[in-house]
Design a protein around this ligand. Structure first.
Ligand SMILES: [Zn+2]
Length: 167
């Protein structure tokens, strides 16, 4: 059976790369879908790799754009940081649930990744996807902890306005 979510994400990712992420235009973008992404709805383990939860198929394209724009912004940052730092970041990612210090580092990285996506014009999409996450976090402790690693919807809007990207 055709994996419609995968096809949708691939199309959206390619549009984003073409319009706003030229650094990735000569790289292959690989999308994986899974039911087993603990709490997270998407993840970017390496340059050009995006893993999305099947749970996101209920969202409209605008929201998925926000999610993918964030994950592709990780790839942009991975390219900029070089291999050694990238491996460190990967270890942080794996252990951030266990070690507080790594959680702080991960939070900084997630915040910077959000800002990268905002600078490239995806503030509104990111805002909408974060609103959904915040709503879900209201009565889900685990989800709330994950949400705390990212900019809030309010911070997304404030940052976007401050750089003239809330058009
Ligand atoms: Zn992220």
């Amino acid at each position: 059976m055709k994996n419609f979510l995968k096809e949708r994400c691939k199309k959206i990712a390619h549009e984003i790369v073409q319009e706003s992420y030229p650094e990735l235009s000569n790289r292959k973008i690989r999308i994986f879908t899974t039911n087993f992404l603990f709490g997270y709805i998407a993840s970017a383990p390496a340059i050009g790799y995006i893993v999305v939860s099947n749970k996101i198929k209920q969202f409209d394209d605008f929201v998925i754009q926000g999610i993918i724009a964030h994950e592709l912004a990780h790839s942009i940052r991975f390219i900029k940081m070089g291999t050694t730092k990238r491996i460190g970041m990967f270890i942080n990612l794996l252990s951030s649930g266990l070690i507080t210090k790594n959680k702080v580092k991960m939070s900084k990285e997630e915040n910077e990744t959000d800002k990268e996506a905002i600078r490239r014009g995806y503030a509104r999409q990111l805002y909408k996807s974060r609103k959904i996450a915040e709503y879900k976090a209201k009565n889900n402790e685990k989800f709330r902890k994950i949400c705390a690693l990212y900019l809030t919807s309010k911070e997304i809007k404030e940052y976007a306005i401050s750089i003239g990207r809330w058009a």
